[in-house]
Each structure stands twice: as C-alpha cells, then as structure tokens.
Write a protein that binds this ligand. Sequence first.
Ligand SMILES: Cc1cc2nc3c(=O)[nH]c(=O)nc-3n(C[C@H](O)[C@H](O)[C@H](O)COP(=O)(O)O)c2cc1C
Length: 194
Amino acid sequence: MSKLVLCITAASGSIYAQRFLERALELNLSLDCIVSENARRVIEYELEIPFEEFQKHYAQRGVKFHPPEDFFSPLASGSRLSLYRAVVVLPCSVSTLGAVAGGITDNLIHRVCDVALKERVDLIMAVREMPLSPIHLENMLKLNRAGAKVFPISPGFYNKPQKVEDIADFVVGKIFDLLRLEHNTYTRWRENET
Ligand SMILES: Cc1cc2nc3c(=O)[nH]c(=O)nc-3n(C[C@H](O)[C@H](O)[C@H](O)COP(=O)(O)O)c2cc1C
C-alpha cells in the first residue's frame, strides 16, 4: 500500500515538505496533503511563492489537498485512514506535537494524527524546534510510547551535501527509510564503495 498523508505545519523548514512532495511523486506514491492555516504563511515566507501557487502546482500533479478545518474529510475517519500506509508530519511544530500528545483535535491535522495512533497507522512526526523544553521532550516520549515515530529533524553531513536541497533530501530519505521504501533520495554511508 503506497498511500500517504503529508501534514505540513507551521514550523520552519517548508523546504522539507516541498522536497518530500517532489521525491514522493518521483516514487509514484499516492499523496493526500493537509497544510495548517499557519503553515500556509510560513510556506509563503520561506519558499517565496503564494500558497495558492504551491497548492496548484502539486494538485496538478495528483496531490489531493484537504482544508485543515474540514472535519468532514474522509481522512478524519478511522475506516478511511486505515487504508493508508502512513501519516507524515513534516515539518512538525511543537504546537501540533503538544496537541497530539494531549489528545486534542482542534484541526484536521490533529485529528488525522489522533486517528493514526488509535488505528495503528504509522505516524511519523519530524519535529523542528531548538532548543527543546522539558514539555517538548515529554511530549515526544509520550508519543513515542503511543507508537509514533518521533524525532527532531537532524540532517547528517557524511554524504557531503552541496546545496540546501541535498540537506532536505537527507531528511526526506530517512523518512522513506522508516517507511521501508526503496529510494535513492540520499547517498547512504559508503554506498559507492560496496
Ligand atoms: C517564520 C516562522 C517560523 C516558525 N518556526 C517554528 C519552528 O521551527 N518550530 C515551531 O514549533 N514553531 C515555529 N513557529 C511557530 C508556529 O508557527 C506556531 O506555534 C503555530 O501556532 C503552529 O501552528 P500549527 O502547528 O497549527 O501549524 C514559527 C512561526 C513562524 C512565523
């Protein structure tokens, strides 16, 4: 099953979500996407494109967008979400992390994460914040114990990145690894020597 939900929240690092969409489309994955209200503004600020343009670009390539306030979306239901391989939150703000850790479902992203946990659909939360307070750390531990794969975004540099896209692709590739997908999104350790 290769259907994924990508949730984009308003942490810094819109480029991670952009690279995830590019690379996942190259792998012919089927993608649903929810962008939080605040993330729309961060995308515009960091990627310097109007959100409508960003959304249109990927919608034309088959990505299905769901408004973050739409609790009538099929994704809000366990009977539909259980048909998906995973939910990926990238980048994940500590606000969304806290809401999910507290079981609060104020928007469709929170709801989808909550449903993923109860249905045992893989939930990957790539948190972007530094430093981390005890509250953030406790929320991460709580969600890890509940079955989510939670980590602060932390790119490696052993693959000698040449440009910012390479750094983002390393993070995207590590997420594909967690999903056990075959890919060449980043160069693995000593890959060209063996
Ligand atoms: C430019 C910008 C960068 C931000 N970066 C981060 C960040 O890296 N991590 C974070 O947790 N919050 C960050 N924030 C704050 C979040 O946007 C804010 O907490 C927001 O309420 C999160 O909403 P969401 O989780 O619904 O997307 C940033 C805000 C702005 C305007």
